[in-house]
Design a protein around this ligand. Structure first.
Ligand SMILES: [Fe+2]
Length: 223
């Protein structure tokens, strides 16, 4: 079934992904009107038209391998990992993280996706996972392809998220990838401030054999 188990806290610290109160790596700190320092919440973004509507059995943390299939999904394997915290930097444990994305060719497993690109029968495309007791989460997938949203607008590679956690507001957002030429022209991403864009673009961590690792820390608003 693949990487169901979350990466250990010790390993997370080694990778620089751990969070302590207000010490989330890469998070933007803001000072509130009453002088208290807090983390900038991860900016929200639209859900988009391709939220999954056909239920599927396998929604685990390895989207590159569907339970019972022998073949892995096509595309560049990647790992995304990070923490879910509140604006005070406290870990949100057992947050529910739902994610969905296009396959490596830019096609969603959704009946209303008009993109003529092929479906990949071995790509899971949708997962529902949890952060651990330290707010840490991790999943394996393939890098999503870019796809045409209109005749003149190509959406850059991105992953959709919906995250809910204890005493926090539900966040719907989209993760982007660093160094993507299409990011700059994206009609959604370019509407955000540079600080917000920086929070929405995952950070490159490293290459491990055939795998590329990115970190993406999520900060939730109080509910
Ligand atoms: Fe999308």
């Amino acid at each position: 079934m693949g990487v169901k188990r979350m990466i250990s806290r010790r390993k997370a610290i080694k990778l620089g992904l751990a969070s302590t109160a207000l010490g989330v790596v890469g998070a933007t700190k803001i000072t509130h009107s009453w002088g208290r320092e807090m983390l900038m919440p991860t900016p929200a973004e639209v859900e988009g038209p391709f939220y999954p509507i056909t239920d599927q059995h396998d929604k685990d943390a390895d989207l590159t391998l569907i339970a019972g299939h022998k073949k892995h999904a096509n595309g560049q394997p990647i790992i995304i990992e990070g923490t879910v915290t509140d604006i005070n930097g406290m870990p949100v444990n057992h947050a529910v993280i739902e994610l969905w994305q296009a396959n490596a060719s830019g096609k969603y497993n959704h009946p209303r996706d008009p993109n003529p690109a092929p479906l990949d029968p071995d790509f899971q495309g949708w997962a529902v996972i949890n952060s651990d007791r330290n707010g840490f989460y991790s999943f394996k997938t393939v890098k999503p392809g870019a796809y045409p949203a209109t005749k003149t607008w190509i959406r850059p590679p991105h992953i959709h998220f919906k995250i809910s956690g204890n005493n926090c507001r539900i966040l719907t957002t989209q993760l982007y990838f660093p160094d993507e030429p299409l990011n700059e022209a994206d009609l959604l991403l370019r509407n955000k401030s540079l600080k917000e864009q920086s929070a929405m673009i995952a950070k490159f961590v490293g290459k491990y054999e055939d795998m590329i690792k990115f970190s993406y820390n999520i900060v939730l608003m109080p509910g």
